[in-house]
Design a binder for this molecule. Structure first.
Ligand code: S3P
Length: 182
């Protein structure tokens, strides 16, 4: 890990949370509001392999995906002023947790199981980790994963909030932190 010294204002922002909670949508909007570049790590992985995530899992297996995920997260979290969305499984790797928490400001986008399960049909085709699982198994995965997301700097529960309100809340809380601590 590089020892990079950055002011709070310069640090990149990382969004974590379960698949389909809106990391990419909210990240894109926050980036626009702060005039920063948005990086979607899943998309960067897909660009490197020139194939979709389900194809990468099928052809090379999950471990190859996870290795590339770590490499790219390390690369982008070392850069200043980025807004980064990392895949829902990234924090399974302790090294990734450490890199993100020490280099960046980490926001956990929290959504209840009740709200999340309404979205399954929209995301299942592009998420190999969910495929072939019963609803009960997905629910178990959802709750087990909450532990890895408990390591964050800030959390926002997005149930009953529209995307614009979530993005505004994040931008306002960042501005408050910059004023207080920088
Ligand atoms: C995964 C989440 C996905 C993607 C891959 C594995 C996971 O990202 O990285 O399908 O294990 O939770 P999103 O959280 O952006 O859907």
């Amino acid at each position: 890990m590089n020892d990079i010294r950055m002011s709070l204002r310069e640090k990149s922002i990382v969004f974590i949370g379960f698949m389909g909670v809106g990391k990419t949508t909210i990240g894109t909007l926050v980036a626009k509001k702060l005039y920063r570049d948005f990086i979607d790590i899943d998309l960067e992985i897909e660009k490197e392999f020139n194939m979709s995530t389900p194809e990468i899992f099928k052809k090379y297996g999950e471990s190859v995906f996870r290795e590339k995920e770590k490499e790219l997260i390390e690369k982008f979290t070392n850069q200043r002023l980025k807004i980064i969305s990392v895949g829902g499984g990234a924090f399974l790797q302790e090294e990734i947790q450490k890199i993100c928490l020490s280099n960046c400001i980490v926001f956990f986008l929290d959504l209840s199981w009740e709200s999340w399960k309404e979205r399954i049909s929209l995301i299942i085709d592009s998420r190999p980790v969910l495929q072939g699982k019963t609803l009960e198994e997905i629910k178990e995965l959802f709750y087990n994963r909450q532990k890895i997301y408990s390591k964050h700097h800030s959390k926002i529960t997005t149930d009953h909030l529209d995307i614009e309100s979530v993005a505004n809340f994040i931008v306002e809380s960042l501005k408050t932190a910059w004023e207080l601590y920088d």
